[in-house]
Ligand binder design. Structure first.
Ligand code: ZN
Length: 165
């Protein structure tokens, strides 16, 4: 798949943000998503990153670049850059928040938990380990948007594969 290397400030672009397919999340959760979208956590370049993965979601036009720095088998730092709809960017922002300090095994367990939630598993949707990400639980009813929510997680899975096999 082609890597499109998008410009950081593509003109006016919030693709998908006003899409009719945007899930009707409860207002509290909607607020959390918008909060992360407007004030992303850990957004920026990570100097000295051990892995650097770019992924895109052609169905929506979302892009994510994820950089990680490891300390042994722990994730010392996670930063991202990206462009796209509120769900894709909020999800990766929330993801970097829960990742720091996690071991690789813990991070892989979180990936499985997030995927389970995106497949409608109610136990996963209640798991405190997912932190703010639980705000995205309702997205599972919208398969097209599930790809948005999982974009950063697919990048994480690939980054761990590159670093640890
Ligand atoms: Zn999207």
């Amino acid at each position: 798949m082609m890597d499109r290397h998008p410009e950081p400030d593509r003109a006016g672009g919030v693709p998908g943000a006003t899409s009719p397919e945007t899930p009707p999340l409860s207002s509290l959760f909607q607020q959390l998503v918008l909060e992360h979208y407007k004030k992303p956590r850990n957004r920026g370049e990570l100097p000295g990153a051990d892995v650097d993965v770019r992924m895109n979601n052609p169905s929506c036009g979302d892009t994510v670049r994820l950089q990680l720095r490891f300390d042994g088998d722990r994730i010392a730092q996670a930063r991202f850059l990206g462009d796209g709809c509120s769900i894709s960017q909020a999800s990766v922002s929330m993801m970097t928040q829960v990742l720091e300090g996690k071991t690789v095994a813990e991070a892989r367990a979180l990936i499985e938990r997030m995927k389970a939630m995106m497949h409608g598993d109610p136990a996963a949707a209640r798991d405190k380990a997912l932190g703010d990400l639980r705000a995205l639980a309702g997205v599972h009813r919208f398969p097209v948007r599930v790809r948005c929510a999982l974009l950063g997680w697919n990048a994480l899975e690939e980054a761990l594969r590159q670093a640890f096999g």
